[in-house]
Design a protein around this ligand. Structure first.
Ligand SMILES: Nc1ncnc2c1ncn2[C@@H]1O[C@H](COP(=O)(O)OP(=O)(O)O)[C@@H](O)[C@H]1O
Ligand SMILES: [Mg+2]
Length: 305
């Protein structure tokens, strides 16, 4: 991760201090940051029971069946890869899980409860957060503000409370800023906390999206091609961050086009092609699977690598 510690915009902030630390102090500090990032969350890194389940999910756009009776489960604490050629239905899967589109058939269940007609906002509060294939940030807001806004989904004070400046709102604001700062540090971009999102380098924007999603304290974090447009070194750094996110107790669903990348970081993989699930298994099994190999034949070598 390329920290730009020489151009620190955060006044007397965490970054300047971190730069002075020994390795041992740094390890201790990182543990404290992880604690600050999610003080109330139940940490569970053992791969456990099913957290989210798609049961025969079908989604049609007019005459096009983007998802055709797709079923798979995501277990608590795992990194599940969702792969497949362009147009296979990966992003549509996220949209069906997060309430952007309602399945034409089948069900999405979170902790055994059907999401049904829950709104996007409700689904965020229930614990599913996502990033977007095309970055969506508030460009005119600072990095820090973008994360604070993300955390708002969890705040209990109403808009009315904010307008009336109730004491609890003040408290939440301070904690929200502290937590947001810790999250920026967690994803490795705290040195640019005060910069407008639109002025951040592309790689920082991708990390900022992840920080903002984490700010909602999700049970499940869904990443839609988070490494798109990265060079190999940046991709490797991002995979490192995803491992760190998982070892901090999150469950991760990762859409990724680059096969090699997915093999290196996931516990299990689900493969879609033309809206159908064509395979599911361990990375080593998926790599050998004839249907998967066939699905990826004919796509540019760069993507299939
Ligand atoms: N809102 C939409 N309206 C119509 N067709 C869509 C819409 N969203 C996605 N599709 C179509 O659904 C299929 C799956 O798309 P998508 O889920 O984005 O694929 P992937 O993310 O795997 O590349 C594609 O054929 C795409 O054109
Ligand atoms: Mg997509």
């Amino acid at each position: 991760m390329t920290h730009r510690r020489d151009d620190v915009p955060v006044e007397g902030g965490l970054v300047a201090e971190v730069a002075q630390m020994t390795e041992a102090e740094l390890a201790q500090h990182e543990a404290e940051v992880a604690e600050a990032v999610a003080p109330d969350r139940e940490i569970q890194v053992e791969v456990g029971e099913t957290l989210l389940e798609l049961r025969d999910v079908t989604l049609r756009f007019g005459g096009l069946t983007a998802l055709d009776s797709v079923s798979f489960g995501i277990r608590r604490g795992e990194i599940l890869g969702l792969i497949g050629p362009n147009g296979a239905g990966k992003t549509t899967c996220f949209n069906a899980m997060t309430g952007v589109y309602r399945p034409s058939g089948g069900q999405v269940l979170l902790e055994d409860r059907p999401l049904g007609k829950a709104s996007r906002h409700k689904i965020t509060r229930l614990g599913i957060a996502r990033t977007f294939q095309n970055i969506r940030l508030f460009g005119e807001m600072t990095a820090l503000e973008n994360v604070v806004v993300g955390a708002d989904a969890r705040n209990r004070t109403s808009v009315v409370g904010a307008l009336l400046r109730l004491p609890r709102h003040h408290r939440e604001e301070r904690t929200a800023v502290e937590r947001a700062m810790a999250l920026l540090e967690f994803v490795g971009i705290a040195d640019r906390a005060a910069d407008k999102a639109k002025n951040l380098p592309y790689g920082y924007q991708r990390r900022l999206e992840i920080a903002r999603a984490l700010a909602t304290e999700p049970k499940l974090l869904c990443l839609d091609e988070p490494a798109a447009g990265f060079n190999p070194a940046e991709k490797e750094e991002l995979m490192e961050l995803i491992r760190k996110i998982r070892s901090d107790g999150y469950t991760v669903l990762l859409i990724e086009h680059d096969m090699r990348l997915v093999m290196g970081v996931t516990d299990r993989i689900v493969v879609l092609e033309f809206g159908k699930k064509i395979a599911e298994g361990l990375p080593a099994e998926i790599r050998e699977n004839p249907a998967v190999i066939a699905a990826y034949l004919g796509v540019p070598e760069d993507d299939a690598a």
